[in-house]
Write a protein that binds this ligand. Structure first.
Ligand code: CP
Length: 305
């Protein structure tokens, strides 16, 4: 039995296969419409979500399966003190596979240690968000036709942004990927990722504060939201929240073939006027999230198509 805790759980060859299947799903959805008939997906969300929960559910429904679950800790027995370990033992009796989001780093790992069904980490605190990474990789691959030889700008909350952490882990495995880390001093990428991942593997990167300084050199700009829920005090959040606002004027500095990604939700960091720029890819990205999660469910359930 296989789980997905981190993007590194899949080799580059396995990721290639997963993306190939997702692209086939997009082209031939009818071929996959009944491959999960009779299977159930449980979504266990201890933290709010729109895309991750509903795209997992849409993915399972598109495959002919069904879904059950809860969308907040308050509406589950976690509110009475039930542990993640006990919860997953119970869910293993009700479903064939589950996706779990939890505010604590490592919670998904605890779940898979006590689970008899595949567990998908749908985000654990500020740690990892591997299915978002699969979505991001598929989006970049579909837009650019490659995952190597490119410069990726990561902008915003690089300290708490788990999507950024997961994406860096995944992209350093492709040749000649360079990063521009764009953040205020207070929200810089944690030292353990800079040293243990980027420095250790001799990955080229530079850190800048001004978005304008990075834009002309980028193939992909990955914007992120300042993570209000991870701040210890409101005052720091208010000071940081509008540090970056990507607008049409700044987009003039960007190459014509640069694409803008964002895991969403956005708050103010991308002005709505950018939505009509052909380089804005964040809504398409959310659609790719369904295809890749369909491919993931098929793979983790070991279903032959
Ligand atoms: N990208 C993402 O994780 O969005 P949600 O929080 O809405 O799931």
């Amino acid at each position: 039995m296989r789980h997905l805790m981190s993007p590194l759980d899949f080799s580059v060859e396995e990721l290639d296969k997963l993306m190939e299947m997702a692209e086939d799903i997009e082209a031939n959805p009818e071929k996959y419409a009944h491959v999960c008939d009779g299977k159930k997906l449980a979504t266990l969300f201890y933290e709010p979500s729109t895309r991750t929960r509903l795209s997992h559910e849409a993915a399972m429904l598109n495959l002919g399966g069904s879904v059950l679950g809860f969308s907040s800790a308050d509406s589950s027995s976690a509110s009475k003190g039930e542990s993640v370990a006990d919860t997953i033992r119970i869910i293993s009796c009700y479903a064939d596979i589950c996706a779990m989001r939890h505010p604590k780093e490592g919670a998904a790992l605890v779940a898979c240690a006590h689970s008899s069904i595949p567990v998908i980490n749908a985000g654990d605190g500020g740690h990892q968000h591997p299915t978002q990474t699969l979505t991001d990789l598929l989006t970049i691959h579909s837009l650019k036709g490659r995952l190597d030889n490119m410069t990726i700008g990561l902008c915003g909350d690089l300290k708490f942004g788990r999507t950024v952490h997961s994406l860096i882990h995944a992209l350093v495995r492709y040749p000649n990927v360079k990063f521009v880390l764009i953040s205020p001093e207070e929200l810089k990428l944690p030292g353990y990722i800079r040293k243990d991942v980027l420095d250790r593997q001799n990955i080229e990167y530079r850190e800048v504060v001004r978005l304008e300084d990075a834009l002309p050199s980028l193939d992909i700009l990955y914007m992120t939201r300042v993570q209000k829920e991870r701040f210890f005090n409101e005052e720091d959040y208010v000071r940081m929240k509008d540090f970056y606002i990507l607008d049409s004027k700044k987009m003039e500095l960007a190459p014509k073939d640069m694409h803008v990604l964002h895991p969403l939700p956005r708050v103010n960091e991308i002005s709505v006027e950018v939505d009509s720029d052909p380089r804005a890819a964040y809504f398409k990205q959310a659609q790719y999230g369904v295809y890749i999660r369909m491919a993931l469910i098929i793979t983790l359930l070991n279903i032959e198509v």
